[in-house]
Write a protein that binds this ligand. Sequence first.
Ligand SMILES: Nc1ncnc2c1ncn2[C@@H]1O[C@H](COP(=O)(O)OP(=O)(O)OP(=O)(O)O)[C@@H](O)[C@H]1O
Ligand SMILES: [Mg+2]
Length: 468
Amino acid sequence: MSSDRAVSNAAFEGGRSDIAIEARGLSKAFPIYAKPHHRLMQMLAPGDKRRWYREFHALKNVDFSVRRGETVGIVGRNGSGKSTLLQIVCGILDPTGGRIEVSGRIAALLELGAGFNPEFTGRENVYLNATVLGLTRDQIEDKFDEIVDFADIGEFIDQPVKTYSSGMYVRLAFAVAINVMPEILIVDEALSVGDEGFQRKCFAKIDEIRDAGATVLFVSHSAGTVIELCDRAILIDHGELIRIGAPKEVVADYQRLIYAPADKARGLRERIRAEYHGAADIDATPTPRTAADGGVERPQDAEAFADFWDEHLLPKSTVRYESFGASIEDPHIETPEGRRVNVICHGREYEYVYTARFSRAHAGVRFGMMIKTVVGVEIAGAATSTEQAGGGVVDAGDEVRVRFRFRCALNAGTYFLNAGIVAASPEGERYIERHVDAAMFRVMPVSGSLSTALVDLDFSPQLSRTMR
Ligand SMILES: Nc1ncnc2c1ncn2[C@@H]1O[C@H](COP(=O)(O)OP(=O)(O)OP(=O)(O)O)[C@@H](O)[C@H]1O
Ligand SMILES: [Mg+2]
């Protein structure tokens, strides 16, 4: 890692450098007081041998560098130390160990409207905030309309911000932070508060800021956002940086970690850490912008990719419609060997299975299923026969095991399953039993996959270059 040293020295010496953020051995310990009065005891007797607190290590020995113009995403489970890290980068918190070097004008969006004074109006806060971000009064006046337009909060701009909804707060804070065109933009999940339209607008603006050469460091729980936006990603777990590298690979490890059953998580974490720790900092090959440029593939880890049953992965949104002499029971996915699973692997075969019980005779019986996304987009469905071909006849007391075998062509994500039975009636075909969101499942990410969006159509990309 000798070249790494050289680069970091240049950064620390303030010479010409392409490093915007440099963290070395960064650590943060918070004092934890078992009882409120212990804090007071500690303050009153700082020289006392007895310590009135224990230390909680929120960050442990974190090393990384961000190049100027790079966009880096930070992922990790809740409480892993992401926000603590961003707060140290912004100078809101001091590290208890190691050092951080930041060079460039920094704008940060951390907690809701941090930096806003609740008693002041939106207008006053824009001036205050932009001043803190390093703009002169003239510059703010030039930008003011743009900021207010972007925030789109109408006449609320002249109301005290304490009367704002959380969405309005974030809109205004974001409008200020990104319209001052910072050299370094730090965002901590604030975006997730805004509505979708506003989020799109923000992403477009972040693109503009990046194109202008700014460095962006942000925390997100959205795998898609990190993969789309970032040049590199950092995975933090239990306060440790356990991996840094290509967003797709890092997000894949992150998802494996959050989907792993509790007894496997620790081992998996150690594997990720052992495999990557220290290997890929500033010397890492920059991530290609598009996978077609040749993303670094690594062998799939057979165990990490094993499908499994996660008992917590159950839909909370199941709706059962009125039934007419039929019931659907135990809808679930299983492997061809009959093992029940709900975290499944891309490319493998599975069966969607349910049992239909009839308390009444029916004719023209057809069984169906549908797979939907979290937002309800129907992706794929099937029935056991066509409407033209008609369905079968069942008697009261019949039980039918319904199986839909499929190959999982879905990309990583969470999906919901419907199940339904239709039968002939004097008015035509109608549902005699129907469950919406009867079951749910997750598809595990595949590292090195070139496929994007929901479905993998097994594309074979080809490039032919014409030499001039
Ligand atoms: N001021 C503090 N005093 C004591 N502990 C703290 C303090 N701030 C944070 N922590 C602890 O440090 C750990 C990391 O917190 P942090 O907010 O950085 O996590 P995070 O990764 O941002 O989580 P999330 O995804 O929920 O936002 C947590 O266990 C948290 O309880
Ligand atoms: Mg956080």
